[in-house]
Ligand binder design. Structure first.
Ligand code: FES
Length: 348
């Protein structure tokens, strides 16, 4: 069992595990400390400087809570006039360099910057004194699944760390210096020309609306299921609206993927409602596929199979189906068709 540490946050006695940071401890206890660059899946970097706290006792100092480990007897205050002043300046500088078209942003009401602004408070007069960006940076919409809007980016680096630490792809990084700093792929080329695998893990973790899914629609209800693309069995939560699939996200309670998905699971759901999807069998007549009834198609299959038993026959099974379906197909190949020519797409 992990060693327990006892400390005080805002006068409240709190228990934590050894190795936890002050920010993790506070959030677990339901005490909000403003933050932007922290994500529980990633190593802390201390980039946004919003999570300041005051530590009293022998440690007396102002520290960033996302990188400071808890220690026995610590006395922490998350709000003091000095901290609030520093936080407000940092926040105003961030907002001055950020698009504020919140109603047109997919992250509206879920945005971490909105939450920080709501908590810290924004002074309109002070904000107006700050010069905002004159020329808008172009939106990178080259990826078929998501857009990157640098005007909404807060340079927290969560996308960079997700791509590096979790996905091991390293498609993006910080480019340039000072005011010109931005997130970019190698050579600042459009995202589609980078080695991005379009897994979308960066979109899920982006705390603001800089990375957003194309054609996003908010679902009215959600359904828990398992991804049908391969045999990994990743947990999926599908979003439904007007009887159509409009979103997919990883199920964090699934032991197979713990919430993470690849490009197919996250974005490959549109075939379900696609107008080109086959909904009835097709039979080739005079070189053309024509629609047929199920009975007619199944009779044709049975007739053709019975004329091609033995070594003339081979079957390839699919990872998109269940273990039981795969078992039945190999049984069918061996027992009914009289051949061992049976394989599975997972070996291809
Ligand atoms: Fe600690 Fe950003 S959350 S510096």
């Amino acid at each position: 069992m992990a060693d327990k540490i006892e400390l005080t946050i805002n006068g409240q006695s709190v228990k934590a595990d050894k190795g936890m940071t002050i920010l993790e401890t506070a959030l677990r206890k339901g005490i909000y400390i403003p933050h932007l660059c922290h994500h529980h899946d990633l190593d802390p970097v201390g980039a946004c400087r919003l999570c300041l706290v005051e530590i009293a006792g022998k440690w007396t100092k102002i520290a960033i809570s996302c990188k400071t480990e808890v220690q026995d007897g610590m006395v922490v205050r998350t709000e003091t006039p000095e901290i609030n002043e520093m936080r407000q300046v940092t926040l105003e500088l961030l907002i001055a360099d950020h698009d504020t078209d919140c109603l047109a942003c997919e992250q509206n009401t879920k945005c971490a910057l909105q939450r920080v602004a709501d908590h810290v408070g924004v002074n309109k007069e002070r904000l107006q004194r700050l010069k905002s960006r004159e020329v808008k940076a172009p939106i990178d919409d080259s990826n078929p699944f998501f857009n990157f809007d640098p005007n909404r980016c807060v340079l927290c680096g969560i996308c960079v760390r997700t791509c590096d630490e979790l996905q091991n792809v390293q498609a993006i990084d910080f480019a340039n210096r000072g005011l010109g700093t931005k997130i970019a792929g190698f050579g600042d080329k459009p995202r589609i020309e980078s080695n991005c695998e379009s897994c979308g893990e960066c979109i899920v973790r982006c705390p603001v609306g800089a990375l957003t899914e194309k054609d996003y629609m908010k679902p009215t209800h959600q359904v828990k299921t398992v991804c049908s693309f391969c045999g990994c069995g990743c947990g999926l939560i599908l979003g439904v609206r007007d009887n159509r699939l409009v979103s997919a996200r990883g199920d964090v309670s699934s032991p197979a993927n713990k919430g993470r998905l690849c490009v197919k699971g996250r974005f490959g759901y549109k075939f379900v409602n696609h107008p080109d999807r086959l909904t009835s069998p097709l039979i080739k007549r005079n070189g053309e596929f024509v629609k047929a009834e199920w009975d007619e198609a199944l009779d044709l299959v049975a007739d053709t199979f019975s004329k091609n038993k033995g070594e003339k026959f081979a079957a390839i099974s699919s990872a998109k189906t269940t273990n039981e379906d795969n078992y039945v197909l190999q049984k069918f190949a061996r027992a009914v068709m009289g051949t061992n020519n049976i394989d599975h797409c997972a070996r291809l």
